[in-house]
Write a protein that binds this ligand. Structure first.
Ligand code: MN
Length: 226
């Protein structure tokens, strides 16, 4: 059986401070994300026909998962996929990457939101208003001429389940911010932007221009995810 693995962080636990404090990042990656990976591996132990599939494939083909395991696979595979995407969409300020989007991604943000500040405001508002645990996304619609939009998902659902390609995401489960920002989710969302890796967002935007089926069906491929 292919084991799903916890990806290592490409930066130190304290590297995203002050956006995300070291204690939060350590718990979030080493404990929470690991639990989703372990849960997924456990759920798949009795599902031999699905053991070679990627977590993203499972999430996008839940109808092929036996009903009694479906909820666990949805939660664990989604938790694994989303957190894997999340770690990779951030980088330490010291890494010296671009502080803002550029090129085709910036053009699309300008076209679909009227500018970067407008997109950020929309993203923060959506994340703040989401009731309960979930994620906020900048995603590219498969239909509608590849329009960018901000959307939210509950639990660990992913826009790929509904035909949108994730470009950028933030985690608004309390475990993502409670130690540093207590209950102030909107403060966390505002403080998070300097941690964004805009090069990675641009790369995902570029990939989203290809036939997404290829991307989703690929074993990891451009989108990552084991
Ligand atoms: Mn999380």
């Amino acid at each position: 059986m292919k084991k799903h693995l916890l990806p290592s962080l490409e930066y130190a636990h304290d590297a995203l401070e002050p956006c995300i404090d070291a204690r939060t990042l350590r718990l979030h990656h080493d404990v929470h994300h690991r639990a989703y990976v372990d849960g997924l591996n456990a759920a798949l132990e009795n599902l031999p026909g699905l053991q070679e599939r990627t977590a993203l494939w499972l999430l996008c083909h839940l109808d092929e998962v036996p009903e009694e395991s479906r909820l666990e696979v949805r939660h664990s595979a989604g938790g694994h996929v989303n957190h894997s995407l999340f770690w990779r969409c951030m980088q330490p300020a010291q890494a010296g990457g671009p502080r803002a989007p550029s090129g085709a991604l910036l053009d699309a943000i300008d076209r679909d939101f009227g500018g970067l500040p407008e997109m950020k405001a929309c993203f923060e508002e959506a994340g703040t208003k989401l009731f309960g645990s979930g994620w906020v996304w900048l995603a590219r619609d498969r239909q509608d001429a590849g329009r960018l939009s901000v959307l939210t998902t509950s639990g660990h659902d992913n826009p790929a389940m509904h035909g949108s390609f994730p470009v950028l995401l933030n985690d608004v489960w309390e475990h993502a911010y409670y130690l540093g920002h207590e209950n102030r989710r909107s403060e966390y969302l505002k403080a998070w932007w300097p941690a964004v890796d805009w090069e990675e967002a641009g790369r995902r935007f570029g990939v989203s221009g290809h036939d997404q089926e290829e991307v989703w069906e690929g074993e990891g491929g451009q989108l990552l995810v084991s």
